[in-house]
Ligand binder design. Structure first.
Ligand code: S3P
Length: 754
């Protein structure tokens, strides 16, 4: 169905010709006309069926156009003014005209000069679909599918004209974005115009070398990839370069400085400089690719479409190692960056949260190699070697990154801003801002004490004695990190023991930390020496399978090399109190952290009142512990756990709601939950002969919380019907590969991207 009357395309190259073909094939215009200075092009356009009719007398044809018609100017940028003059003289008022030039400022200036004003009919546009191919013979009807078109409407542009242009591009498959003229030209200078200039320049340089024959003969890989665009149309790029000279010079100057820096680095054999540029660039490149594919990293920010479908039943067997500990991975990057040497990390968790920390330190100038299958090499810059980040530090979903970094950044000489995704942006930050302010830090939060956090550097911090109002390892660690930069001895008193990875790792880097009972003290003035770190498997990830094997008759699994730090084993203690059969084998130490293999066999669980002293030691494991409680005989009561309400979601409500859908009686209380064990089990033993009752099935919202999503996946083992869990992409924050590992042990989960 036509969406416009006649389409007249002036200039039948790749861009104009492809639009003509696309519009003809889709019958979007009553008639498609083409004009060109070259008779050969016109002949080819007819022969290839690109247009319905060619135009040889442009002024005469323009005069016949009417309101529903549209003119596209797709000639080289510096030829645009000549065409505009013809339009100004002959195009009737009310007829929409647009262009396809890569530079918008010069075209808009041209229109203003030639028309003496900016006509409402003019819609500046730029389809980003060019390639090194050119000419009408390269035209393709699907060139614009899944490509972007930028329009830069002006205040004077008429809404109906803009709508007509947007509709046409959309109908040929493009997605249309609006931008300001200047922004367009700056962005395109950086992303398109300078890369072309560099490609031309490199090929020209190599072609001028004596040994050029040899070079070109062996030119493969890098040369070919880098210089593909040097095969583009020289006139077109000559025009673009002159038309966008100001924006291009700005980028070129920055690039020249960078190049000079690399030259120096080569002369001085400055590996840190080279690796810094290369690793940052590789990350940035991957990041752009993901952005373009609209995948990963950005998904959690955009609200997610990943759902899990869990088939009921299954049995677990086998052995595996779950990914690295999240808390230790964060600290390996943070503290590793503050050492005076090179820290080799193995077992690093390649999850979104720890990667957010890694990126933040790269943004502050730390050279970090990897991650490559859990291996990361951090080139420490010392306690005073961080650089100001170029912009806000984006920390995704990660509360640990934000709270620990706030303490560290409060002691720096530069300002910083910390931001996060929707969930993190709603989480309480006064718990760190307040003690830091008492130390003399300058931090502002958004209304309600949430991110973004703005930290003004250059303050002189003084030590405090701080009693934590809540048992929180994040707050403890935050204050300790600020203590590295404060005058005097900083003391933190915990109401109950919390994970002590910061203390252990600082000691491992030979930085003195004193722990006396519940008081941890640290003084400034020391330095961190580099030592390697082996990150154990995360007990918080293992927890899902500890529960899974416990609640599923006939199961027997081995989880290897799990961190069993006493401040983290609440989940084992609680499950054992409920009757679970968990054995610790091959106990040992790695980098100051205790580890063991965990053998878990199914058992008959019984409801308990969970001892409150275990709450901080199992703080992240309650979602899956609630599933264990739902499968236990009798009532399980949790108290003293109000912290669960301010995790990645309100985990008390989220779990109560989900359990209710599965037919389990779960009553949320202000500080915990009362769960009536759903199953009455008969018989005992590990043999799979027990009769067990089951939960129902249904559709559950994880609220974008990784641990809620994984907990309900485990529930599928004792469900009667399938469970559909919505909003699961954040599982990647802490447990990449969860679905594959779960299936390899005997669960039946599929990922449905909707
Ligand atoms: C963490 C501490 C805990 C925990 C979080 C990781 C850490 O948070 O829930 O997942 O690495 O220090 P709180 O300190 O807020 O309890």
């Amino acid at each position: 169905m036509p969406v416009i009357g006649r389409l007249l395309i002036v200039g039948l190259g790749l861009i104009g010709g492809s639009l003509a073909l696309a519009v003809r094939q889709r019958k979007l215009a009553v008639e498609v006309l083409g004009s060109s200075r070259s008779q050969t092009t016109l002949d080819a356009a007819m022969r290839l069926g690109v247009v319905d009719r060619v135009v040889t007398d442009l002024p005469a044809e323009l005069k016949t156009l009417q309101e529903n018609d549209l003119v596209l100017i797709s000639v080289p940028t510096l030829t645009v003014p000549a065409i505009l003059k013809v339009l100004q003289a002959h195009l009737p008022k009310g007829v929409t005209f647009t262009d396809a030039a890569s530079v918008k400022g010069s075209v808009v200036d041209g229109v203003r000069d030639i028309f003496d004003y900016l006509p409402p009919e003019f819609v500046p546009g730029h389809p980003i679909a060019g390639s090194e191919k050119s000419g009408v013979a390269a035209a393709s009807a699907d060139l614009y599918e899944h490509h972007q078109v930028i329009v830069t409407p002006l205040a004077e542009t008429g809404a109906e004209h803009l709508a007509r242009v947007v509709t046409l591009w959309t109908e040929v498959g493009a997605s249309v974005h609006e931008m300001a003229v200047q922004e367009h030209d700056e962005v395109l200078a950086a992303t398109s115009h300078i890369p072309h200039l560099l490609a031309y320049s490199l090929v020209d340089t190599l072609a001028g070398l004596e040994e050029n024959r040899e070079i070109f003969r062996y030119a493969a890989g890098g040369f070919r990839d880098f210089t593909r665009i040097a095969a583009s149309d020289p006139t077109m790029w000559h025009d673009i370069t002159l038309a966008n000279s100001a924006a291009m010079l700005t980028v070129l100057d920055k690039f020249s400085d960078k190049l000079a820096g690399l030259r120096e680095a080569i002369i001085n054999k400055d590996s840190d400089h080279l690796l810094g540029v290369y690793t940052r660039a590789r990350e940035a490149r991957n990041h752009f690719q993901k952005m373009q594919e609209q995948k990963a990293y950005l998904e959690p920010m955009n609200g997610s479409t990943v759902n899990y479908l869990v088939q009921p039943g299954g049995q677990l067997s086998g052995e595996l190692r779950v990914p690295g500990d999240k808390s230790i991975s964060h600290r390996a990057i943070m503290l590793g960056s503050l050492t005076d040497g090179v820290v080799e990390v193995s077992g690093f968790l390649e999850g979104e949260d720890s990667l957010a920390t890694l990126q933040a330190f790269r943004d502050m100038g730390v050279v970090i190699e990897g991650p490559d299958r859990g291996r990361v090499v951090v080139h420490g810059v010392g306690l005073h070697g961080l650089n100001p980040p170029p912009g806000p530090l984006y920390l995704g979903n990660s509360g640990t990154s934000m709270r620990l970094l706030t303490g560290l950044l409060a002691g720096q000489q530069f300002n910083s801003v910390l931001i996060g995704d929707e969930s993190l942006s709603g989480r309480p930050m006064l718990r760190v801002a307040e003690p830091l302010s008492q130390m003399g830090a300058k931090i502002t939060t958004a209304k309600g004490g949430t991110p973004p956090l703005e930290i003004t550097g250059g303050q002189s911090l003084k030590a405090i004695d701080y009693t934590l109002p809540v048992a929180s390892a994040q707050v403890k660690s935050c204050v300790m990190l600020a203590g590295l930069y404060a005058q005097g001895e900083t003391r933190v008193v915990e109401p109950a023991p919390t994970r002590d990875h910061t203390e252990r790792m600082l000691s491992g880097f030979d930085y003195p930390v004193k722990t006396e009972g519940r008081t941890i003290s640290i003084t400034p003035g020391g330095s961190l020496s580099a030592n390697s770190i082996d990150v154990p498997a995360d007990i918080s990830s293992a927890a899902f399978f500890l529960v899974a094997a416990s609640i599923t008759p006939g199961s027997d699994i081995l989880l290897r090399h799990v961190g069993v730090n006493p401040t983290r084993i609440g989940v084992i203690n609680i499950l054992r109190l409920m009757g679970a059969d968990i054995e610790l084998l091959n106990e040992g130490f790695t980098g100051g952290e205790p580890v063991a293999d965990l053998r878990v066999r199914s058992a008959v669980l019984t409801g308990i009142h969970i001892p409150e002293d275990q709450v901080p030691l199992a703080i992240d494991e309650f979602p899956v512990l609630f599933i264990a409680a739902a499968c236990a005989g009798g009532t399980t009561v949790l108290t003293g756990a109000e912290e669960l309400r301010v995790k990645e979601s309100d985990r008390i409500e989220a779990m109560a709601d989900g359990l209710d859908i599965l037919g389990v009686s779960a009553k949320a209380t202000p500080d915990g939950m009362i769960i009536e064990g759903h199953s009455v089990e008969t018989g005992t033993g590990h043999d799979g002969d027990r009769e067990i009752s089951k939960m129902g099935g249904g559709e559950i919202d994880s609220h974008g919380d990784h641990r809620i999503a994984m907990a309900f996946t485990i529930a599928g083992l004792r469900a009667q019907k399938p469970i559909l869990i919505r909003n699961c992409s954040n599982v990647a924050t802490s447990f990449p590969g969860f679905v594959e590992l779960a299936n390899s042990l005997g669960l039946r989960v599929t990922v449905a991207n909707r």
